[in-house]
Design a protein around this ligand. Structure first.
Ligand code: ADP
Ligand code: MG
Ligand code: ZN
Length: 661
């Protein structure tokens, strides 16, 4: 498993570094120490060391040439050092009795006056003894200790400083905004998402209302969607609309430093939040902490697990109506730990998808506010060319266009600036989704229209709610179908209708393009699974009501490692495969029959999809009745309502003629 944020381990690198930088200092201290030691304990090379017995004779013979002698007396010994006039030195260590009985009477008279004519330095014996004997070592020791402290502080630098930092930041790193300015007006196009959020806004505005009626709201709401689709923006807008404090923290902030810190941060953040309830906690990049625990072989990341556990504890810990709502955003809800998604935690999921054409027009409108833009620019036409652009992409397109206009010395943003910015965005590396070519879009539109037409015409099918060709993740588009009413059981006919529906996409490709694409992979997978279940578990085939397989996912090994338990022989395996194939083939034929019969509808829906990207159930009804959808595409932009304009060729921007002579 690869580490999601490869960054050097803060604990291992700094010590090595500081050891290297400290080496010169260490050497310096060593040298100083040695020099001091030498200075105190050894004389220079010319010093003549005399024995006690030699000293008296030496003094007598050299009396004339002695310049100075220094007498250092201790309790038991006396050290005599002398300098001769030629600079050479002598030294002798004598015992105290020798000094007092023999040397002193020779050098001094009884009244203390000197009997010799050279300088004599008598040193305060006791003090000097201390410095003489212990001093150098002590000095050296002190230097050494200083060096060690220095070294230690450097070595431990990273560790201790991040320790203190850890202590500071255990106090969660959540950023708190008390006055959030963003409102739903700033979030364009995402009407369904805003609708879902409205309830939360209402709750945060007045939690008491809900407490009174004993109504419960989800504590945690998960926003799932590709990057740049406005998840963060939407969360902020909720806080702004409800006018409550907004704590935001990113999942990667939790996992930053030491073991235990992430967990501590979670704790502190919730503690802080409780004091200011009602409030909104927003955890961005939830997948950074919330990845499945113990996933992957070789163990997980302890720190992340602790943080995740703490998050789970905190979410369980606050009561249903404490006025705290936790919003989290991720673009990978498939990797999240299932424990996070359990009831009482992030049990509500809102999918934030890439904007469709009308959505993009509206987002262009939002970000055009406050910019000076040529009025003749038709944002609807522009959004036609920006399939797959996220809100963030659109924002940056308009920003780039503004910069291009400035560079151009234009007095407003012209169409060419926007075009140029779009081209850059498409070519640039930062595109959040890949750009489909026209043919791919067409294949996807016909594929989805195929699903829809089967859904509309098969008597046992679920109801088609929405068709879209806006790419999401690996799929180019999808058809949302839901049962007419809640149901508990599914009949054989309904299961078959599902299989037929799943095969409708592929079949439509066959009918209209005489070729098939990989886009049907998931459809085929699901269709096969349903067919297999019908044969082996539901007893809905000619093999009769016998259970041939049972799912025995082991709790310990994880589902991936165990296969389902087989209760049949090779012979029966063959028959099962035959039955599965029969179901699939019949469904395929049925799909083909429906599509061939309603070819016109498929074309109509597909072409409308190419134009609008998303069609809702009501729109489909009208489309099939009127054979066209001519309600104006409109997108509300602040106060201004943009409706589709009559098609006019965009007038080329006039080149100033004045300059020409
Ligand atoms: P996400 O959190 O989903 O990655 P963000 O909320 O950070 O995306 O969006 C980045 C920016 O893109 C926002 O600050 C906003 O300016 C712009 N944006 C995204 N979606 C929309 C939208 N629906 N309406 C207006 N602006 C949007
Ligand atoms: Mg974000
Ligand atoms: Zn499909």
């Amino acid at each position: 498993m690869s580490n999601p944020n490869p960054r050097p381990n803060p604990r291992s690198v700094p010590p090595r570094r500081s050891l290297r930088t400290l080496l010169p200092y260490l050497l310096l201290f060593a040298v100083i120490g040695v020099v001091i030691w030498l200075a105190f304990f050894t004389g220079n090379a010319k010093t003549q060391a005399l024995l006690q017995t030699e000293l008296a004779a030496y003094l007598q013979t050299n009396a004339g040439v002695i310049d100075t002698i220094t007498i250092v007396t201790t309790e038991t010994t006396t050290k005599i050092t002398g300098i001769l006039k030629d600079g050479s030195k002598f030294t002798a260590l004598v015992d105290r009795t020798f000094y007092e009985n023999i040397l002193q009477p020779t050098l001094f008279a009884a009244d203390g006056t000197a009997l010799v004519d050279f300088k004599m330095v008598i040193v305060n014996a006791y003090q000097r003894t201390f410095w003489n004997t212990i001093g150098p070592s002590l000095l050296y020791l002190v230097l050494f200790v200083v060096a060690m402290i220095f070294l230690y502080s450097r070595m431990a630098g990273a560790v201790s400083s991040s320790n203190t930092k850890a202590m500071e930041f255990n106090r969660s790193r959540a950023r708190l905004e008390t006055k959030v300015k963003k409102t739903f007006d700033d979030v364009a196009g995402a009407d369904a998402e805003k609708q879902e959020m409205m309830e939360i806004v209402d709750y945060l505005r007045n939690p008491k209302k809900y407490t009174k009626f004993g109504a419960k709201l989800p504590k945690g709401v998960l926003l799932v969607g590709p990057p740049g689709t406005g998840k963060t923006l939407l969360a902020k807008a909720v806080a702004g609309e409800a006018n409550v404090p907004f704590y935001s923290i990113s999942g990667s902030d939790f996992v930053e430093m030491f073991v235990g810190v992430g967990a501590g941060r979670v704790r502190d953040m919730f503690q802080q939040a409780k004091k200011t309830a009602p409030c909104l906690i927003f955890i961005d990049e939830l997948d950074a902490v919330g990845r499945q625990r113990g996933a992957g072989l070789g163990g997980g990341n302890d720190e992340r697990e602790q943080t995740l556990n703490q998050l789970l504890i905190e979410m369980d810990g606050f009561s249903d109506n404490s006025g705290i709502i936790v919003l989290a955003a991720t673009n990978r809800d498939d990797v999240l730990d299932p424990a996070l998604l359990r009831a009482g935690r992030f049990d509500r999921k809102i999918t934030v998808s890439l904007p469709d054409r009308a959505g993009r027009t509206a987002i262009f409108g939002v970000h055009a506010r406050g910019k000076i833009i040529d009025e003749s620019i038709d944002f609807d036409a522009i959004s036609r060319r920006t399939v797959g652009f996220s809100g963030a992409d659109i924002e940056s397109v308009l920003n780039d266009a503004a910069i291009l206009a400035i560079r151009d010395n234009a007095d407003k943003i012209m169409l060419r600036h926007i075009d140029e910015a779009i081209d850059r965005r498409i070519a640039g590396p930062a595109r959040t989704s890949r750009q489909l070519n026209e043919h791919e879009r067409k294949v996807i539109a016909y594929h989805e229209a195929g699903h829809a037409v089967v859904g509309l015409n098969h008597p046992f099918s679920d109801k088609v709610q929405k068709i879209t060709i806006i790419p999401r993740g690996q799929t180019g588009g999808h058809v949302l179908m839901t049962p007419e009413e809640d149901r508990f059981l599914m009949t054989k006919n309904q299961l078959i209708a599902r299989i037929v529906g799943y095969l409708g996409g592929r079949t439509s490709e066959e009918v209209f393009f005489d070729d098939v694409s990989t886009g049907a992979q998931n459809d085929i997978e699901v269709a096969t699974r349903i067919a297999r279940l019908m044969v082996t578990e539901f007893g809905m085939s000619d093999l009769g009501p016998i259970q041939y397989e049972r799912d025995t996912g082991s709790v310990f090994l994880g589902r991936d490692y165990t296969s389902s338990q087989k209760n049949f022989s090779q012979q029966v395996a063959l028959e099962i495969d035959k039955e599965v194939r029969k179901i699939i083939e019949q469904a395929h034929d049925k799909a083909r029959e429906i599509i061939e019969k309603h070819k016109d509808d498929v074309i109509l829906i597909a072409e409308t999809l190419l134009d609008r990207e998303t069609i809702t159930a009501e729109q489909i009804d009208r489309l099939l009745k009127d054979r066209k959808l001519d309600e104006p595409k409109q997108a509300v932009i602040g106060e201004v309502v943009l409706t589709e304009k009559p098609k006019v060729e965009p007038t080329p921007t006039p080149v100033p003629e004045d300059d020409k002579k």
